[in-house]
Design a protein around this ligand. Structure first.
Ligand code: SF4
Length: 767
């Protein structure tokens, strides 16, 4: 399979490449934030909009899920990438019917993701009819009628797939899963399947809840913070403020990552003079430049060394009382790590023994340790085992349910955690299903549905025929681009509920619909009464978000409205769920959330508190572990790591600094020194030499996947080699451009998450 570059006017041979930055944010961050705002919204609207961002009376950032401070908020409570996200949504550019009349779908399909995103906000529902070359307008009622006709014409509800992106509010997500389950299926894949599913799987098994156990306040108390497989400078930039403050309080920071990302090294906080024009704050005290996929070995080594230290000086490392009273399986774990294969650890991590010993000592000495991670851990074959090893290392020292300590999987999309809480999951627990059934008096299917990977397989094989997405850009978010596109094109109907034009709109089924929706920034009025929605951040804080701007078009509907109207069209007017009242007053949805979703009692009152409320988390709150054993579980994990054949590299996909998930804000990656281009592959200088290449050469990236004994190749054409200080043997390229290289069948064990951080590739020089 070969992925050609889109027709575009970006010429990577003209790329401007500079030395990577060794610090993040500062004055350039402020300048870029304002410049992007001015370009998209003009000066006045930029000022007005940014003053509402992440404020108690304003709207939640549509970017990542980093929490807001409790109590007082600063005037500018956002980061550069939050400002960019808002500028993209509140843009004054518009994509109306005249745009679609002027551009056939085939032409749009040849444009870059950046070009598509820059066209502006969608203004009216559009349909692409079978055999048509252009989208054309369609009335909302006709659009709902068309979808209902398709859905009700399926042989089984399981032939439909209902995807959700992490921007969807709690109210829309709750109504959406209710519609889907009322329709008769649990086919509810979401973007979490591709990111933190591995975290959820590991944490559910070990501590009994698939969410992080720390709060923002814990960062102030921690004395050791370990950031693994994460690039906070780009993906969760306000985390840098928390790290800076922790540093100020005396915490030691250890960064474990294949790339020396600017945001791990030094932070120039734009909120103060020292940050704006001074040197800023150094962050990582220790940088472990690990090989891709070497983290399981790293944490096993840490565990082994801690156990050895305890044996040498009993009572100095283990929290014996916690281990005895609150955990299960310690003896097996300790026995499994009594000996480790140091040769394998050296090979897997690429780190020096001294460095590992030094970090192990820091763990052993720390009184309050937080371990944070993101996609660098979760998108590997052995991701779940790796996260279980992190839990092992923390449990032996009693670091869960203690101030200043715990696990911190950092979520990358603003409400991805809330959507899961509200029931967006293909295998919600029985307790939730029974409560839903009792509350609404409807039968709820119990058969597990498709996650993202299985949904793609089902669509590709013809077992699923309708695809409906609330938000997101499915084609750009998923692996194996050729297969994903074929899967969508084979559907009889594809529906995208979207704010802006994206790649998924130009990869249509036989019939395709675009349903334009309100963004977070926009006022949502029902019968003259302003509504608000709620979201949950990475640390389980649920709070309100109130859009204040006038909608981009009078034809937009809120996601709640779209879901509820569709429900009436599909399920009929006599369905027991009061869909009509739900759309006129979101409090009525929240009343039902309060009765169905654990931890949400009195929801309407609690989300009206200025900072919202924190969902219960038994391990954090009371050192109670709702696992199968009733205790926190130690686990024994085989040592695994990627084995890369000679002459090949291990490639990870990652974001540029001008990108948020699949949204491309611009063509620069300031921190990595790349300007005006995206089809680049970052390669270590020694690897470039070994492969007989040179910095600036062009190559095809060819992934090799062993399938049933034969090697299947996937090719992404024409990437420019950029010499970069990444770990030897480990390369990197941006997604979605490199997604074409990730085989659909290459997934993490247990979580089924595509292994986008672990792709064996060869580089083939091209002219
Ligand atoms: S850190 Fe995340 S939530 Fe906060 S402003 Fe930046 S992108 Fe938005």
């Amino acid at each position: 399979m070969t992925r050609k570059p889109p027709d575009h006017d970006i010429d990577e041979s003209q790329l401007d490449v500079h030395q990577p930055k060794t610090w993040a944010a500062g004055l350039p961050g402020v300048l870029v934030s304002t410049q992007r705002g001015f370009e998209q919204m003009g000066v006045t609207r930029t000022v007005r909009t940014l003053r509402l961002l992440n404020q108690q009376h304003g709207f939640d950032c549509p970017g990542c899920a980093w929490p807001d401070p409790q109590g007082h908020r600063k005037l500018a409570e956002f980061c550069e990438n939050g400002a960019k996200a808002v500028a993209e949504e509140a843009t004054l550019r518009r994509v109306g019917p005249e745009f679609f009349a002027a551009h056939p779908v085939a032409e749009l399909a040849g444009k870059t993701d950046y070009w598509l995103g820059q066209q502006g906000r969608l203004t009216e529902p559009m349909v692409l009819r079978p055999g048509a070359t252009h989208y054309e307008p369609i009335a909302w009622s006709d659009a709902f009628g068309l979808i209902a006709q398709h859905l009700n014409g399926l042989s089984s509800p399981d032939e439909a797939v209902f995807y959700t992106s992490g921007r969807t509010s709690n109210e829309a997500a709750f109504a959406y899963q209710l519609l889907v389950r009322s329709f008769g299926t649990n086919n509810l894949p979401d973007c979490s399947n591709m990111c933190h599913e591995s975290s959820g799987a590991a944490l559910n098994q070990t501590i009994g809840i698939g969410k992080g156990s720390v709060s923002l306040a814990d960062f102030d108390e921690a004395d050791l913070i370990v950031v693994v497989g994460q690039n906070p400078g780009t993906n969760h930039p306000r985390m840098l403020s928390a790290l800076e403050q922790a540093k100020g309080n005396g915490a030691r920071i250890v960064a474990v990552n294949p790339l020396p990302e600017a945001g791990l090294m030094r932070f120039k906080n734009p909120q103060n003079v020292r940050g704006l024009i001074g040197k800023g704050t150094p962050l990582a005290d220790e940088f472990c430049q690990i090989k891709l996929g070497g983290d399981l070995a790293f944490f096993q080594a840490i565990g082994h060394l801690q156990l050895a230290e305890e044996e040498a000086a009993p009572g100095t490392v283990l929290d014996k009382e916690f281990v005895r009273a609150r955990t299960h399986g310690f003896d097996d774990y300790a026995k499994s790590l009594s000996e480790v294969d140091w040769d394998a650890i050296d090979e897997a991590t690429g780190l020096s023994r001294n460095q590992i010993v030094d970090v192990a000592r820091a763990f052993a000495k720390s009184e309050r340790t937080i371990v944070c991670w993101a996609m660098g851990l979760t998108q590997h074959k052995h991701a779940v085992a790796t996260i279980r090893e992190i839990v092992n290392v923390l449990l032996m020292r009693g670091m869960i349910g203690k101030p200043g300590a715990g696990v911190c999987p950092v979520r990358g999309h603003s409400n991805v955690q809330g959507d899961r809480t509200m029931g967006i999951w293909e295998k919600m627990p029985e307790k939730f299903m029974a409560a839903l059934e009792a509350e609404f008096g409807i039968p709820v299917p119990r058969k597990h549905g498709y996650d993202t990977v299985d949904a793609l397989r089902a669509m590709h094989s013809g077992q699923a025929r309708t695809f409906f997405a609330v938000g997101g850009n499915f084609v750009a978010a998923t692996p194996d681009t050729e297969l994903t596109e074929a899967a969508l094109r084979s559907c009889e109907l594809t529906v995208q509920v979207s704010t802006k034009l994206n790649r998924s709109h130009v990869v249509p089924g036989d019939t395709a619909l675009i349903l334009p929706t309100l963004g977070r920034t926009e006022r949502d009025e029902r019968n003259g009464v302003e509504q608000f929605v709620t979201v949950e951040d990475s640390m389980s804080v649920v709070h309100a978000s109130r859009g204040r701007l006038a909608p981009a078009s009078e034809h937009l509907m809120s996601e709640v409205d779209i879901v509820c109207r569709l429900a009436r069209a599909v399920l009929g007017a006599h369905h027991p769920v009061p869909w009509e009242s739900f759309t006129s007053d979101y409090d009525l949805i929240r009343e039902r959330i309060a009765r169905v979703v654990p931890g949400c009692s009195d929801y309407n009152a609690k989300v009206r508190q200025p900072d919202g409320f924190v969902l219960p988390h038994p391990p954090r709150d009371a050192r109670e572990f709702p696992t199968t054993t009733g205790l926190a579980n130690f686990t024994v994990n085989e040592l695994e790591y990627p084995h890369v054949p000679a002459g090949r590299l291990l490639l990870q996909t990652l974001r540029s600094h001008d990108q948020y998930n699949t949204t491309i804000y611009g063509l620069d990656d300031r921190y990595r020194g790349v300007k005006d281009g995206r089809r680049v592959v970052f390669v270590n200088a020694a690897d470039i030499t070994d492969f007989g290449l040179r910095d600036g050469a062009f190559v095809d990236l060819v992934s090799e996947w062993n399938q049933a004994g034969s090697v299947v190749e996937r090719r992404a054409e024409r990437f420019r080699v950029v010499e970069y200080p990444t770990t030897r043997g480990c390369a990197a390229a941006y997604f979605p451009e490199a997604n074409a290289l990730v085989p659909l069948d290459s997934v993490a064990e247990t979580s089924n998450t595509p292994t986008s951080k672990s792709i064996v590739v060869r580089l083939e020089a091209v002219a």
